[in-house]
Design a protein around this ligand. Structure first.
Ligand SMILES: [Zn+2]
Length: 176
């Protein structure tokens, strides 16, 4: 991989070349005679709101290791996003929710240091619609409810999420 994506064609293994296509510099396979398009990777997560707090997990993987973030993960290739969001919630926090019970809330678009981008599809649900007690899964260091203004320098929120958390608490919390 380089800053532009793959070096070799994922289909035939030929070396990709640079080519201007549809107004952008893209990688192109001369053997397959087609561009190798780069797309953001879809990811899905569930925001569980209890009172004026939202359930977050402490990250063990880049980016922002050690910060608190939304329980979310990559979709399997054949998995609808609401099912992925419910699965990731259970894997990372132990809470079980019916995928049909979560509402589509918003999206986030996150750039990583390696030049890739992730499209995060975020669902929301009230705590009462979930079952279980929050417990950090194998790929989280912690899982607990936080008020949006309670996160500090010692327990930072992953950058870019504060306004979104305030909004989901307003809509799904006690005041909503
Ligand atoms: Zn090829």
């Amino acid at each position: 991989m380089n800053a532009n994506g793959a070096t070799y064609c994922p289909t035939c293994g030929a070396e990709l070349v640079a080519r201007r296509i549809e107004g952008r510099d893209r990688r192109y396979c001369p053997a397959c005679e087609r561009p190798w398009y780069r797309n953001p990777k879809p990811c899905a997560g569930t925001l569980v709101v209890d009172g004026s707090s939202v359930l977050l997990v402490q990250r063990t993987q880049p980016p922002a290791v050690g910060s608190w973030s939304v329980p979310a993960g990559y979709l399997e290739h054949d998995e609808p996003p609401h099912e992925a969001a419910a699965r990731e919630l259970e894997e990372e926090t132990g809470l079980v929710v019916d995928p049909a019970a979560i509402d589509l809330f918003d999206t986030a678009f996150v750039g990583h240091d390696d030049g890739t981008h992730v499209l995060v599809i975020l669902y929301a649900v009230g705590r009462a619609a979930t079952e279980g007690t929050p417990q950090a899964g194998s790929d989280a260091d912690g899982a607990s409810f936080w008020a949006s203004d309670a996160l500090t320098a010692e327990a930072p929120l992953e950058p870019g999420y504060r306004e979104l958390l305030q909004r989901v608490i307003e809509r799904y919390g006690d005041a909503g």
